[in-house]
Design a protein around this ligand. Structure first.
Ligand SMILES: *[C@@H]1O[C@H](CO)[C@@H](O)[C@H](O)[C@H]1NC(C)=O
Ligand SMILES: *[C@@H]1O[C@H](CO)[C@@H](O)[C@H](O)[C@H]1NC(C)=O
Ligand SMILES: *[C@@H]1O[C@H](CO)[C@@H](O)[C@H](O)[C@H]1NC(C)=O
Ligand SMILES: *[C@@H]1O[C@H](CO)[C@@H](O)[C@H](O)[C@H]1NC(C)=O
Ligand SMILES: *[C@@H]1O[C@H](CO)[C@@H](O)[C@H](O)[C@H]1NC(C)=O
Ligand SMILES: *[C@@H]1O[C@H](CO)[C@@H](O)[C@H](O)[C@H]1NC(C)=O
Ligand SMILES: *[C@@H]1O[C@H](CO)[C@@H](O)[C@H](O)[C@H]1NC(C)=O
Ligand SMILES: *[C@@H]1O[C@H](CO)[C@@H](O)[C@H](O)[C@H]1NC(C)=O
Ligand SMILES: *[C@@H]1O[C@H](CO)[C@@H](O)[C@H](O)[C@H]1NC(C)=O
Ligand SMILES: *[C@@H]1O[C@H](CO)[C@@H](O)[C@H](O)[C@H]1NC(C)=O
Ligand SMILES: *[C@@H]1O[C@H](CO)[C@@H](O)[C@H](O)[C@H]1NC(C)=O
Ligand SMILES: *[C@@H]1O[C@H](CO)[C@@H](O)[C@H](O)[C@H]1NC(C)=O
Length: 527
């Protein structure tokens, strides 16, 4: 094995051993070098993730990467480091430089000629269709061909798909998934820096900075239907935090594709109309559509001390899932402290964020939304027109999801809505899975100027929402009445809830928040 010296870095005996175990392929990586002048970024870490100091920026630990091979090698280095991303790195770029398609992931699975390379996503979907499969069975018992094929062989082939799917999925995952080591800063060199179709899987690590990057999540080539024929369970988040601590994500733009626009779901055969999901709550008619995206920033399994600040969360379906589910409550309770500050949620259809089991300070964010789906309560007209280029799965559902045993603190948020339901306030909150009055979810809303730090009534379209506390209570009452929550399992209170740290700044008006967020959110260098 050749061990490359990373520029002038001194390699200790211990590092050598660790490297031999984990990074046997090192060579391409180059240190940024003495002459490199790093970009100067705005903002410093604060809030619950304020203890994240990032990786070392000594000359001997600073790397510049511009393709998947280099990114993977740099992230694997078992010491404190700073990695700058130069340009766009495409997650599907193979080590030989070519760009993998979904079919390539199938063709790369197993040995040449292996049966599994017959995996076909259309056949996988057809296998769920009992009507279709009983037609195949009928052909078998009639001893006739089906669609020109031997029916017995065709059924045997379809029966393999379910077992093959996770294996071909692993081939894509190995390509587009990137894991972290402790004490790492991953930073965009300039405003063109992007990770395109990459899943940053931040598992069991401490002290991470992710800054100044466009983060475009990978499209899942092989998603599974959650409940046929309705929703999908896609695999990849743009950023996923699992059991990690002290993470600061700042100045990033999280979205479905490089240009920031929505990705229309794929239309596929064998997957037909479904429509009603307790309308008028969701007026959706997914018609043979596959949702290939998961979250943009999903955090779970006892992750703690995270600040998500000055980011743009744009044109996405399910954006931020903070708390994986009830089954993980014992990992999450007492952990999951998040500061969500100064972000611009721009047409993010749901989970801005969805909050379970933790402590969530949601301050000074701008929520800009095209609201078209009709109010959740007091429905008036459920067949309103909507933007035609908007995928059905991107139709606005709600902003703040208050779930099981969460403590949610709100201050200085600004809501800007357009569209036929611009004045609808019934989708600012949603309440779910709140069933335990003995361990209630708590919502604390700071609305007056009377206490410090200064803050003001949250606003909708420039007008003070009259008032957010009342609205939160109305929403709770609706969901209790609807059977989605139990009386007393969500309460509005600020008792024993406060802000234990200094915020980057305070605001005296909605206009100040709007100006600040529009200027500070997203990629930028210090000028
Ligand atoms: C970034 O990549 C560009 C294009 O390949 C190159 O010209 C430039 O020197 C790189 N920047 C740094 C700091 O390495
Ligand atoms: C990745 O970048 C390194 C350093 O510039 C280069 O040696 C290598 O060939 C590149 N790999 C691909 C697949 O382009
Ligand atoms: C997958 O199956 C469908 C339906 O039989 C077929 O139209 C398509 O050509 C197949 N794809 C490949 C790559 O074989
Ligand atoms: C089924 O059809 C094939 C081809 O037509 C024929 O060779 C075979 O004998 C048939 N089997 C039975 C059990 O009828
Ligand atoms: C289809 O193939 C099976 C064996 O795989 C054979 O038993 C059957 O007769 C064939 N059916 C027809 C209609 O040819
Ligand atoms: C990060 O450090 C912790 C504590 O030293 C260790 O338990 C963990 O395995 C490390 N994570 C990785 C991915 O190396
Ligand atoms: C199942 O297949 C049948 C027959 O091809 C088709 O008519 C039906 O629409 C399919 N159902 C779904 C849910 O895709
Ligand atoms: C999060 O930070 C607090 C305050 O510094 C600390 O007490 C706690 O242990 C941290 N959580 C984890 C899981 O390290
Ligand atoms: C509902 O909205 C649609 C589209 O704007 C309109 O055509 C229809 O007349 C409305 N129906 C009622 C009952 O207001
Ligand atoms: C929203 O309310 C304002 C006045 O409060 C009104 O002028 C405007 O027409 C309403 N917009 C819609 C889409 O109903
Ligand atoms: C908060 O203070 C500002 C400036 O002093 C004032 O314009 C605004 O009306 C006050 N808001 C409330 C809710 O009292
Ligand atoms: C908001 O309404 C509640 C009653 O629902 C009231 O107690 C509270 O004083 C109001 N807050 C402001 C700032 O107007």
């Amino acid at each position: 094995m050749v061990v490359c010296a990373w520029g002038s870095r001194r390699i200790t005996m211990r590092n050598l051993v660790v490297l031999a175990l984990f990074v046997p392929f090192i060579c391409a990586l180059q240190l940024a070098g003495e002459n490199f002048s790093p970009p100067v970024l705005p903002h410093t870490s604060f809030g619950f993730g304020g203890s994240a100091i990032g990786g070392s920026d000594n000359t001997s630990s600073v790397y510049i990467v511009s393709n998947t091979t280099e990114l993977r090698e740099a992230l694997a280095l078992p010491f404190s480091k700073t990695i700058y991303v130069n340009g766009t790195i495409n997650g599907n770029q193979l080590p030989n430089g070519s760009f993998a398609t979904c079919q390539d992931y199938i063709d790369m699975t197993g040995e040449p000629g292996a049966e599994i390379r017959q995996f076909n996503f259309t056949l996988y979907i057809l296998g769920f269709n009992t009507t279709y499969m009983s037609m195949v069975d009928q052909a078998i018992s009639d001893n006739v061909t089906f669609d020109g094929m031997n029916a017995t062989d065709y059924k045997a082939l379809i029966d393999h798909m379910n077992g093959w799917r996770p294996v071909v999925l692993d081939t894509q995952k190995a390509q587009v998934g990137f894991t972290f080591t402790n004490n790492t800063s991953l930073i965009g060199l300039d405003e063109n820096s992007a990770l395109n179709g990459i899943n940053l899987y931040v598992h069991s690590v401490d002290n991470i900075w992710i800054r100044n990057l466009k983060l475009v999540s990978p499209k899942d080539c092989f998603p599974a239907p959650e409940t046929f024929p309705s929703s999908w369970n896609a695999e990849y988040d743009a950023v996923g935090l699992v059991t990690s601590t002290n993470v600061w994500l700042d100045g990033c733009e999280l979205q479905d594709q490089l240009d920031g626009e929505y990705v229309q779901p794929d239309i596929i055969d064998g997957w037909q109309v479904w429509s009603t999901m307790s309308a008028p709550k969701y007026i959706v008619d997914h018609q043979r559509q596959v949702d290939r995206f998961d979250g943009l920033f999903d955090c779970e399994d006892g992750t703690d001390n995270i600040t998500f600040s000055h980011n743009i969360v744009r044109n996405h379906h399910k954006s931020m899932l903070l708390g994986g589910g009830t089954k993980e409550f014992n990992l999450d309770l007492g952990r999951m402290h998040f500061t969500i500050f100064g972000n611009h949620f721009n047409n993010s259809a749901s989970r801005n964020p969805l909050m379970r089991f933790g402590t969530f300070d949601v301050f000074a964010n701008v929520y800009e939304t095209l609201n078209t789906a009709g109010p959740v309560f007091n429905p008036t007209n459920v067949t309103l027109e909507r933007r035609t280029d908007l995928p059905d799965d991107a139709v606005f559902e709600y902003n703040l999801g208050v779930y099981n045993q969460s403590t949610v603190q709100l201050q200085d948020n600004v809501f800007v809505q357009t569209g036929p339901d611009a004045n609808d306030t019934s989708r600012i909150f949603t309440i779910s899975e709140a069933t335990l009055p003995q361990f209630p979810a708590r919502v604390c809303i700071h609305e007056s100027n009377a206490t410090t730090p200064p803050h003001f009534l949250s606003t909708l379209n420039g007008h003070a929402i009259d008032n957010l506390t009342t609205l939160a209570q109305d929403t709770i009452d609706f969901f209790v009445e609807n059977g989605d929550a139990v009386e007393g399992a969500v309460i509005i209170t600020c008792e024993d809830i406060g802000i234990g740290y200094t915020l980057p700044r305070s605001f005296d008006s909605a206009e100040e928040v709007l100006n600040y967020v529009l200027e500070q959110a997203g990629q930028s260098l210090q000028t």
